[in-house]
Every structure is written in C-alpha cells, then in structure tokens.
Write a protein that binds this ligand. Sequence first.
Ligand code: APR
Length: 244
Amino acid sequence: MTAAAPPSIVILTGAGISRESGLDTFRCAGGIWSQVRLEDVATPDGFRRDPARVHAFYNARRAQLADPAVQPNPAHQALARLEQEYPGEVLLVTQNIDDLHQRAGSQAIIPMHGELRKIRCDACATVLPWDQDCSPQSLCPACGNGGSLRPHVVWFGEMPLEMDRIYAALDDCGLFLSIGTSGTVYPAAGFVSHLSDIGLAHTVELNLTPSDGAGLFDDGLYGPAGEQVPALVDRILRGDIPGW
Ligand code: APR
C-alpha cells in the first residue's frame, strides 16, 4: 500500500509579485501602460511599424534587471521554498518576463509570456539568452541574419507559451494560487474559472486589493505579496489551509 501523493499545487503570478522588488506593474496608478501605449510596444503591428522603438522599450526593462537594487523579494523566495519543501508537485506559471523567480531559486517555472533576458530570431526561430541592448541592426548569433531579432516576449494577439502543459497541470492540481495579477489578460485570467468548472482545486487569490475576479476564488488574502505569500507558504507546509 503506498500513501497517496500530496495534491499538486499550481501558482500563477503577475506583475504585483515583483512590485516590492522595484519593478512597475502594468495597470496600477503610474504603471507601464500609463507611460506608453501597449499598441506601440507590445503588439506585432507595433513592432512592424517601429522595431527600434519596441527594442528600446524592452532594452530599458532588461537593463533594469541588471540594477543591483532589483532583487527577488520575500514573496519570490517563499515560492522557491514551497517548491523545495512541499512533498508534492509545485508548478509556477508566471506572466512576468523578469527573472526574479529564477533568481529566487524556483525551478519548475513556465514563463508563459516569455522572458526579457532572451531574444528570438524570426529567421531561424532560435531562442537565445540575451543581456545587452538589441536593435534592428543586431545580428542573430545563430544564423547571422540581420534585422530578424525580436524580444522573446509574447505580445497581445500572440499565443502564450506551453499552454497544453499549463492546462494539464491545472486539470491535475488540488490547490491554485493566483498572486499579484489583475486577472484582466486571457488566457491566464481564465484559469480560475476553468478550475471552478472542474471543481477539484481549492483556489486562493493573493493580491494587494481584491481583483475584479475576486469572487471567482474560494478564498482571498490581501496585502503586499512580500507579507502574504510567506505567511501562506508557512500555512501550506503546516497543512493548515481551511477547505483544502
Ligand atoms: N503585492 C501584491 N499585489 C500587488 C502589489 C503588491 N505589492 N502591488 C500591486 N499588486 C497587484 C495590483 O493590485 C494588481 O491587481 O498586482 C496586480 C498587477 O496587475 P497588472 O498591472 O494588470 O499586471 P498583470 O496582472 O501581471 O498583467 C497581466 O498583462 O500587459 C500584460 O503581458 C502583460 O503579463 C502582463 C499581463
């Protein structure tokens, strides 16, 4: 007789989990989409219209990751600890393109909207680590082509990465945590409804304030992620989650 495996956990994170590390969110007051039009820098049409402008937008955000002041915060660190100490499977699905989860030590990560510190070549489809500035004149290190490099970032109107793997994990999980996301961009915003239709997982929202989709969750914990996430991870590891 073997003991049943502990239920698996799927975690979705958004820009709010990186806010206390000094990175802007998108839709809070003063957020990124109040500084620049997403149509100009986060769509295929915007890139076709002005690739230099789009590269400059991502170059600035990539350079910010190299700032010593930008470090994983206690929320990122707590999720890495959960993966290490929880006896069951933990999958971290992030909408963020920063590298703070990776630097905190999380390993089972799906960056569904891509990664700022990678570049993709539209000529040879190679995806490569990339830490310097990129421009329409940059040459692809793999095929040598010029003018075919783009940020390895999923833009509006494009399909996020590894969706089959994400839905397989959602369909199998017992606990779903949604952390620091406004729940306004699909398909990520639809994960909680998908789970409610299945009825197997206990779902918890952790956010600064209740998102518009707060009512879709079984539970909600509100306040800065740097405080709420470590406290919840401690409770999960103690087996102290009411209703789950
Ligand atoms: N702790 C927890 N939550 C926070 C904190 C904090 N310190 N600060 C802000 N938040 C919350 C906000 O209340 C908001 O609900 O984080 C959320 C951030 O929402 P958005 O700015 O919309 O970011 P996100 O949900 O990640 O956006 C999803 O939209 O623009 C696209 O591709 C982009 O991945 C992004 C996607």
